[in-house]
Design a protein around this ligand. Structure first.
Ligand SMILES: Nc1ncnc2c1ncn2[C@@H]1O[C@H](COP(=O)(O)OP(=O)(O)OP(=O)(O)O)[C@@H](O)[C@H]1O
Ligand SMILES: [Mg+2]
Length: 361
């Protein structure tokens, strides 16, 4: 079972006092003073570089397309970190920049600005040779269009051995054995000698996963891999991704519109207007009384490196927040208040509490 929760619905509540207007309020007893908080912030400045231990690092990534003199900002300073061994989903409205991001991570496109690093490779500075090696050895890719993933005149097993052959270094018998192992790991043993037109859509996509895994990449990227499939077949394809993640430890990023797929992963990141905007984390919790396990999902807003936070539109509109808000630093959270001078804003006098709180990390 999935329990949806909105940000800030069960976090500690603020003390109830309104903003002072000066930004300085005496701390309640036992709470760290402002000076103490500033000292802690200063000590954090010496910490390691952004994403130093992540496998995928996107840092303020920008991609601008120019067609006939018209500029489209597909990515507008996108930040994303993916840890090694993660299986995660990317969601977002059509045109939000998901495929643009995937093409950059796949080494097929180069960002206009920002930084992108995958398994220690800098995606902005790679030359053509390094880019080719990157696509062959470091990343595997599965496209939405089943026909784009496989060569029609080769059997499933031959499709899987082809990337191994292109890389070289392994004898034919070793390649065939490795391909057979991958196909049977994904329950495709019966498909090895069939050509793509003799496979179902789901079998084709699972074979495409085997092809993408042929050279044991660090990262497997998939852009709407279940977009052309019915829900039952999509489930089987997702199981193949999970198997690859669990058996081989491959880090996997899946772009999907399929809520069922998004619900199956521990972390779903939403992209809005070329930026990561929110994130849903899911974890299993055991009820202390009954011992029953349930999956708890919690939605977080993203805080970018400049400290920018996107407040949900329904929160801000319900409190008439626009243009500017008052912020209040507490010992364990930040209060966000409507501007009392703005027309239509909820004010202290009417007894409303803070509009939202950002918990300290
Ligand atoms: N090669 C290109 N030239 C010009 N504009 C482009 C190009 N590729 C993408 N865009 C534009 O960039 C924006 C983001 O496109 P992108 O394909 O990344 O969206 P998406 O999130 O993958 O959408 P969908 O869910 O429909 O696949 C869109 O406005 C799109 O029109
Ligand atoms: Mg797309």
């Amino acid at each position: 079972m999935t329990t949806g929760k909105q940000p800030g619905t069960d976090g500690p509540r603020p003390s109830g006092e309104g903003p002072s207007g000066t930004g300085e309020r005496p701390s309640a007893s036992g709470e760290p003073s402002l000076a103490e908080l500033e000292r802690r912030a200063a000590s954090r400045r010496g910490r390691p570089a952004y994403g130093h231990d992540a496998l995928i690092v996107c840092d303020r990534l920008v991609r601008v397309f120019t067609t006939d003199g018209v500029e489209v900002q597909a990515l507008q300073g996108l930040d994303l970190l993916v840890a090694e061994g993660e299986l995660m989903a990317l969601v977002g409205a059509s045109g939000s920049g998901k495929s643009t991001l995937m093409n950059i991570l796949a080494g097929l496109d180069v960002p206009t600005a920002g930084a992108a690093r995958v398994a220690g490779r800098d995606l902005l500075t790679m030359d053509a040779g390094a880019r080719l090696g990157y696509r062959r050895d470091v990343v595997g890719f599965v496209w939405q269009q089943t026909a784009r993933n496989l060569l029609p005149y080769l059997t499933a097993a031959q499709n899987v051995t082809l990337p191994m052959q292109l890389r070289g270094g392994r004898r034919r018998a070793a390649r065939t054995k490795a391909a057979d192992e991958l196909l049977s790991m994904l329950s495709l043993g019966h498909c090895r000698d069939r050509r793509p037109h003799q496979l179902s859509g789901g079998e084709q996509q699972r074979t495409a996963i085997a092809v993408a895994l042929a050279n044991n990449p660090s990262v497997l990227l998939a852009d709407e891999p279940t977009g052309e499939l019915d829900s039952h077949t999509a489930e089987q394809v997702f199981t193949a991704f999970r198997t690859a993640n669990e058996e081989l430890g491959t880090t996997i990023v899946i772009v999907t519109h399929d809520q069922a797929v998004a619900d199956e992963v521990r972390r779903t990141v939403a992209i809005r207007d070329g930026r990561t905007s929110s994130e849903v984390l899911r974890r299993t919790e055991r009820d202390a009384a009954t011992g029953q396990e349930s999956l708890v999902a919690r939605e977080y807003a993203m805080l970018d490196r400049a400290g920018r936070l996107q407040l949900p539109a329904d929160y801000t509109s319900s409190l008439g927040m626009a243009h500017r808000v008052l912020l209040e630093l507490e010992s364990d959270h930040i209060g966000v208040w409507p501007d009392p001078t703005a027309d239509g804003a909820a004010t202290e006098e009417n007894g409303d509490g803070p509009a939202g709180t950002a918990q300290g990390t």
